[in-house]
Design a binder for this molecule. Sequence first.
Ligand SMILES: Nc1nc2c(ncn2[C@@H]2O[C@H](COP(=O)(O)OP(=O)(O)OP(=O)(O)O)[C@@H](O)[C@H]2O)c(=O)[nH]1
Ligand SMILES: [Mg+2]
Length: 321
Amino acid sequence: MGFIKKLFQSKKRKDQAQKYNIGMQKTREGVFNRLNDILESNAVIDDELFDEIEELFIMADMGVDTVIKLVNHLRETVELKTIKDPEALKEIIVEEMFKRYVQEDIIDTNLQLTDDLSVLLFVGVNGVGKTTTIAKVAYLLKQEGKRVMMVAGDTFRAGAINQLRTWSERVDCAFYEKPQGSDPSSVMFDAIQEAKKQGIDVLLCDTAGRLQNKQNLMKELEKIHRVIGREIEGAPHETLLVLDATTGQNGLSQAKIFNDVTQLTGVVLTKLDGTAKGGIALAIKESTGIPIKLIGLGEKLEDLEYFDIEEYIYGLFADVI
Ligand SMILES: Nc1nc2c(ncn2[C@@H]2O[C@H](COP(=O)(O)OP(=O)(O)OP(=O)(O)O)[C@@H](O)[C@H]2O)c(=O)[nH]1
Ligand SMILES: [Mg+2]
């Protein structure tokens, strides 16, 4: 039995792999399982077959550049090892994914927390899942024994403060708010003082959704970032861009523009459970260089996982191998 087959069999028994398995069902069933059909219905490995594979991966939103590189590599491997049977390509494709993304993965995906107060800032366009992600992160960190406070930095949208307060009550963590319409930077400033007073370990900062082409809102974000940095050296310790996996390639341009304004330290990729285009995670890694730190696999508090590229690739190919 090949290395990949053995690896997948051992994963089938792991809890975390099961979460990826369930959360990525749409991508797997909608796209990657079709790899089986393609490889079974082609008698030989030829250009047409490679084109079909290419098309399939592009449909999963892996990004054209990423896919072309990957498929070119496949062609080379097939030639080098004189492989004739299309079925044998399955393991080679997965192996190639592991080589490209797992072995070369030197980026630390852990959240950067300090021994004192750590500040995590969540940014992104409207409706991507910032507020829900904060609730999930609070839940996760509380389980790790951290004292957590949420701050309602979305003072713009009616109902945003109440939404976050409700989450803080459900998670049972501290909460800081000022009235709707307050300057978000001053809310952050005051929340930091309060968090220090209460001996909080991690302050999770919600912000209003903003389109990346709205200059005044991007300026506001720059100010929020600056004010936090002035209060605590090295803060925000994480500036996380929340991206909705269902928006596909547009997420890449969001990442570039937000990064110019706030120096992102990571991406949270949400709603992977709701899309067949889960290949976007690979495109983000390849084209922006910003590490994905967390992924959202559902709407519940426990539906958040630290991003693990190995489990992710398993989630894509669990039914193929
Ligand atoms: N299926 C699924 N739904 C999610 C996930 N994350 C967030 N959502 C849903 O996405 C919707 C928007 O979430 P919010 O957290 O309010 O998004 P937001 O970015 O704070 O939105 P604004 O504050 O309006 O910019 C909610 O219905 C969430 O339940 C996820 O990982 N999977
Ligand atoms: Mg919100």
